[in-house]
Write a new protein. Structure first.
Length: 347
């Protein structure tokens, strides 16, 4: 007979809490159901039927990402639901830039000690992001790893799979003279937060301090979720022949991401006076003494996605993006050359 035998719970892993979490999140996952979903949470894997989703000759597209050090602000403030939306956005916005419709999503949530209420809030946010993108939350992994994460620390990773009919890949047919349409962002989104945190530290403000530029606390404002552009972008793509390319403005800002949709020998000319630099970026620039070139290379600066469209289809493209509530505006055009040339000033 073994006396005083250790249990997994004694080692810091509560299997019952994990099972409780699965039951708690099932209603949220069910709300993301869509055509093609065959099975969801609870199995060793999840099934998806491409034919039932309406595809005839599909090509699959996959993307994975995280939320970066924005998580540190979520951990410090305890405001956790928005980072779930961020997680989905970072993956599905990339998928649609390839011309793909996001079909399903899986998450990885890791922590030192599982707090069921906290984890439920995070995964409810993931489900909300999936709803906004029109994809199903079909599964994931919750890892309780004592000794690996301390205190309230947690980490997130996301995995999205989408599809397009063969021949529908973007970018395609981008040419000199195409017009660049910018889609407004909802703030910093999920990139550049190592610099954001340094600026906040320099300012001497806490996350619960009133924001110097908005009516919320500084932490709440900086945790505004990343905008999901999927449905508006798919509406524009469905018009046929309008959208030649899409660029998700993430790490590397406009300077690094815009050229990713341009063929060799083509560059972009961007008019910085075409939109107003949002207050959060004005504050970061002023407080951190950040040069314009660094701001444009680090942050989205108010433009979360850029589309290259035919010059004669600009109005139709703007209507399609606006159908999902996105503010869309002309910011420049495709030119011969390389890289991005900026006109005007960030204001």
């Amino acid at each position: 007979m073994i006396k005083n035998g250790l249990t997994y719970a004694d080692a810091g892993v509560d299997i019952d809490a994990g099972n409780t979490l699965v039951e708690r999140i099932k209603p949220a996952a069910k709300r993301t159901s869509r055509p093609g979903l065959m099975s969801g949470l609870g199995g060793f894997g999840a099934l998806f039927d491409l034919k039932a989703a309406g595809y005839i000759d599909p090509v699959l597209v996959a993307a994975t990402d995280g939320v970066g050090t924005k998580l540190k602000i979520a951990i410090d403030t305890g405001i956790a639901s928005g980072v779930g939306i961020d997680l989905v956005a970072m993956c599905v916005n990339d998928l649609v830039c390839q011309g793909a419709e996001p079909l399903f999503f899986l998450d990885y949530f890791a922590t030192g000690k599982l707090d069921v209420d906290h984890a439920t809030r995070v995964i409810d946010g993931i489900a909300e992001g999936c709803n906004r993108a029109g994809c199903a939350l079909i599964g994931g992994e919750t890892a309780e790893m004592p000794g690996m994460y301390s205190g309230d620390d947690f980490d997130l990773a996301g995995f999205a799979v989408g599809a397009m009919e063969r021949g529908g890949m973007l970018p395609a047919d981008v040419k000199v003279g195409d017009i660049l349409i910018g889609l407004a962002s909802d703030g910093v989104h999920s990139n550049g937060y190592s610099l954001v945190r340094r600026v906040v530290e320099k300012s001497g403000l806490g996350w619960d301090a009133p924001s110097p530029y908005s009516g919320t606390t500084l932490g709440e404002d900086l945790l505004r979720p990343t905008r999901i552009y999927v449905k508006g972008a798919l509406a524009a793509i469905a018009e046929g022949g309008i959208v030649h390319g899409l660029a998700h403005i993430t790490g590397g800002g406009l300077t690094e991401n815009l050229p990713r949709m341009l063929p060799s020998g083509m560059g972009a000319e961007v008019d910085l006076n075409a939109w107003e630099l949002p207050p959060v970026f004005q504050w970061l620039q002023r407080e951190g003494g950040i040069e314009n070139s660094e701001l444009l290379k680090t942050f989205n600066c108010g433009v979360g996605m850029i589309a290259a469209v035919s010059a004669d289809k600009v109005d139709a493209a703007i209507r399609a993006f606006s159908s999902d509530g996105h503010e869309a505006f002309v910011i420049g055009n495709v030119v011969a050359g390389e890289g991005v040339v900026y006109r005007g000033q960030l204001v």
